[in-house]
Ligand binder design. Structure first.
Ligand code: SF4
Length: 301
């Protein structure tokens, strides 16, 4: 039996529900949508939903992969819902979001791996919400170019794909993924003019030097935004926490990563890919999302 680790003070979070939280919950349910905040049992739900932001998850709530850290259900997903892109766009409108983060489960069983729904979602969100910037957190599409091109052609403002951990731990943490393949997704996206973003979880058994080496790999392919936060075990069936990383070490990752050339490193115990996503975009662009220079494109192409 694994030893139970007591969370340090910096990871103790008070869960509170305010009117924003209740309203967001209603919009998500009324539109039959899913959020990764709920499915992945994110520790920041109270804070993010309390401020009226959430990360929407498309293509259903059943994933074809079985990553050791992830609480999303694994199995053979049912047929996807062609109306989902419109309902996502409607929900974004009702939530009055200036910046939206959309992610999905893996749909490895589909010939296009769900990329048609991805593109339709980006397009419909834009149509209904022209002032909202769109960040997509996509799967690796098994490294196939056509589905990735489909998403790139829809021109999201930020294209994110998480490498999740250091290469040595892939077999245990992401058994159906490949580190090199994920790097190629980010590299291809960057070469096609996207602003790119990726992230990992700390505390799964990686070493300090391995994180530095990973950040070097990311800087070498021009990744713009990097996030790193503490892994928390969602249930007893998931991978254990190997170590709680001290906030000072997170501060050191930020300093080192930005020195290596990553434009923005968001690093801290509670950081998740979508945590403070809007603030990251605003910092990089120098303008508020949906403000006077609404929907600024950050890509280089
Ligand atoms: S950090 Fe992301 S996944 Fe977690 S609650 Fe906030 S928006 Fe949702």
């Amino acid at each position: 039996m694994q030893p139970k680790r007591t969370r340090p003070d910096w990871l103790k979070i008070r869960f509170a529900v305010n009117d924003n939280f209740r309203e967001l919950h209603r919009i998500v349910k009324d539109n039959a949508l899913h959020t990764v905040c709920e499915e992945a049992r994110c520790p920041n739900q109270s804070e993010c939903w309390g401020k009226g932001t959430a990360t929407l998850m498309i293509l259903g709530d059943v994933c074809t992969r079985s990553c050791g850290f992830c609480a999303v259900k694994t199995g053979r997903p049912p047929q996807y819902d062609r109306q989902e892109p419109y309902r996502v766009a409607l929900a974004v409108q009702k939530m009055n979001l200036r910046h939206v983060v959309i992610t999905s489960v893996n749909r490895d069983e589909l010939p296009d791996q769900g990329s048609e729904v991805w593109a339709a979602t980006i397009e419909q969100v834009r149509q209904l919400n022209p002032a909202t910037s769109v960040e997509v957190l996509i799967p690796d599409f098994k490294g196939v170019w056509e589905p990735l091109k489909h998403v790139i052609d829809a021109r999201p403002d930020i294209l994110a794909h998480n490498v999740e951990t250091v290469p040595r731990l892939y077999r245990r943490v992401r058994p159906q993924a490949k580190y090199e393949r994920s790097l190629r997704v980010l590299e291809q996206s960057k070469l096609h003019g996207m602003t790119t973003k990726t992230g990992i979880m700390a505390g799964l058994g990686e070493t300090y030097d391995e994180v530095l080496a990973l950040m070097q790999d990311l800087a070498a392919i021009g990744v713009d935004i990097f996030t790193i936060g503490q892994y928390l075990q969602p249930t007893k069936r998931h991978l254990p926490v190997e170590r709680f990383v001290h906030p000072d070490e997170f501060a050191e990752y930020k300093r080192a990563g930005e020195e290596m050339g990553l434009k923005h490193v968001e690093s801290g115990p509670l950081v998740r890919s979508s945590y403070h996503a809007q603030e990251q975009v605003e910092k990089m662009s120098g303008a508020p999302c949906g403000g006077p220079i609404a929907n600024v494109r950050l890509g280089v192409g």
